[in-house]
Write a protein that binds this ligand. Structure first.
Ligand SMILES: [Cu+2]
Length: 174
């Protein structure tokens, strides 16, 4: 709307200039303002997930989560992580770790590399974890329940070694 208003102003000014300068040839000069396409908000809306306390997210063999944003109302939340790939967890295992605000993600994942025995949740960093699934392989899934009462934005990551650069997102608690 703002854009077309601006165009109208430019067009009006152009027409005004044409008349006021009074050149004979001015009839041939077309105003510059050809309508441009409006931004197609209605045709391709930005996907904002609906807040739900029953969250579903998938992971695959391409080291990806199906979504990078989850939205839930404050309170008790159930989250299902489903690995839709085929690879075994030793090669392409995934988890989902929800971290407390202010956690240094690179420091966390660096320590997680050595924490294979505890599903890549380093014992020293447990206090920074709100909730986490276990590590799962292709065809598996895990369901966790946790409570977040404080509205805010929480990072979630896969702490399997090397995955965080591709596998991270935000959980928005409303
Ligand atoms: Cu992963």
């Amino acid at each position: 709307m703002k854009k077309s208003f601006k165009i109208t102003l430019v067009a009006a000014f152009a027409i005004f200039s044409l008349f006021s300068c009074g050149k004979k040839d001015s009839k041939d000069i077309e105003p510059v303002a050809t309508p441009t396409t409006e931004e197609p908000y209605e045709e391709s809306p930005i996907e904002t997930p609906v807040a739900t306390n029953d969250l579903q997210i998938e992971s695959n063999d391409q080291m990806q989560y199906s979504v990078t944003e989850l939205r839930a109302p404050a309170g008790k939340i159930t989250l299902t992580l489903k690995h839709v790939g085929k690879m075994e967890k030793i090669a392409m295992g995934h988890n989902l770790v929800i971290l407390k605000p202010g956690t240094d993600i690179s420091d966390f994942t660096l320590k997680a590399v050595d924490a294979k025995d505890t599903d890549y949740i380093p014992a020293s960093e447990k206090a920074k974890v709100i909730a986490h699934t276990k590590i799962i392989g292709g065809g598996e899934s895990d369901v966790i329940e946790f409570t977040i009462d404080e509205p805010g934005t929480y990072d979630f990551i896969c702490s399997f070694p090397g995955h965080v650069s591709m596998m991270k997102g935000k959980l928005i608690v409303e």
